[in-house]
Design a protein around this ligand. Structure first.
Ligand SMILES: [Zn+2]
Ligand SMILES: [Zn+2]
Length: 326
């Protein structure tokens, strides 16, 4: 949904359009970064001399209530405001020299915070993490990298990078699993999944290229989303396990674990993001992983059933194949 359509949807039916409010909201949404109420007031005054400070303050509060703006406190003794519409909650690096703040998000930090809260039987609400220090530009005198035009694009870029990395390691996993599978039907399942991963990978890569066309500088922006222990780690660990001589049931079980972990990871992170393309990417990816998971579970059950019905033949096949696979 576009911001204007979104704003329309917030307006109670039949309420009169407030042109002052629309102006303030539009000016706010055109800015990136973290504005004080006075910064916003100065910007509004350039466009309309008649709007009072009180109206700007009131509208800011309205934007917070409506989920368009978020209040942040960098310890300067006054609040700043940033977008929250299509803008995920994040952490900040704050430069004490130039007062710039730089945004980032880390799943590893969030997982850790949740672990700490759970261990203390604490229900976590909002977490605020700020790193105060000196930015690269202030420290070295080199110009700062281009300020992101829109965080939502950088967020989508990083979400796509994570999905692509996960897809690549999934492809590697299924290619390897198809190689080690002894059961013909099991092998076909792994080959089919490898084929699907290849297709999804191509789709994601196309989407990534399309995204880059929206902003030529997009790749130059610093990383926003840090995912050290992301879901692609699951598949690489699974691929390692495959090499330690597993049977088909075990191979399917490892695949199930990887897909379940991946599905949960993308769903959990996707759901906590505000409406954005990055969120869409995560949720769509979570759905794909769930489809793979369901397929693997069906195959696992089928294999167990086949082995139960024909234990003798399965055993014979095993002994016949053993020398070849050794
Ligand atoms: Zn600085
Ligand atoms: Zn921020």
């Amino acid at each position: 949904m576009e911001p204007t359509a979104y704003l329309e949807s917030l307006r109670p039916a039949g309420s009169k359009r407030s042109s002052k409010r629309d102006l303030i909201v539009n000016v706010f949404l055109r800015q990136e970064g973290h504005l004080t109420a006075d910064d916003l007031f100065d910007l509004i005054r350039r466009e309309d001399q008649k709007i009072s400070r009180a109206t700007v303050y009131r509208t800011l509060q309205w934007m917070i209530d409506a989920g368009i703006a978020r209040k942040v406190d960098f310890g300067e003794g006054r609040f700043r405001f940033e977008h929250s519409y299509r803008h995920p909650r994040h952490f900040h690096l704050i430069c004490k020299t130039c007062n710039h703040s730089f945004e980032f998000l880390s799943s590893d930090i969030e997982v850790l915070l949740e672990e700490v809260a759970a261990a203390r039987n604490f229900t976590p609400g909002q977490s605020v993490l700020q790193i105060h220090g000196t930015c690269e530009a202030c420290r070295t005198g080199r110009p700062a990298p281009a300020e992101a035009g829109a965080t939502s694009l950088v967020f989508a870029r990083d979400a796509l990078r994570i999905a692509i990395a996960t897809e690549r390691s999934g492809l590697e996993f299924y290619t390897r699993a198809a190689r080690v599978a002894k059961d013909a039907r099991g092998r076909r399942v792994f080959e089919k999944l490898a084929e699907e991963e290849r297709e999804h990978l191509a789709t994601l890569e196309t989407r990534y290229r399309e995204l880059l066309q929206q902003d030529r500088q997009l790749e130059a922006h610093p990383t926003f989303l840090f995912f050290k222990g992301a879901a692609n780690g699951l598949f690489s660990a699974g691929a390692e396990q495959l090499m330690s001589g597993v049977n088909d049931r075990q191979a399917l079980m490892i695949g199930i674990r990887c897909e379940r972990g991946s599905h949960r990871f993308f769903k959990r992170y996707g759901e906590r993001f505000e409406d954005s393309e990055g969120k869409q990417i995560f949720l769509e990816f979570a759905d794909e992983e769930r489809a793979h998971l369901e397929l693997l579970i069906r195959e696992y059950r089928g294999l167990v059933e086949r082995q139960r019905r024909t234990p003798a033949r399965a055993a014979k096949r095993k002994t016949r194949r053993a020398p070849a696979s050794a």
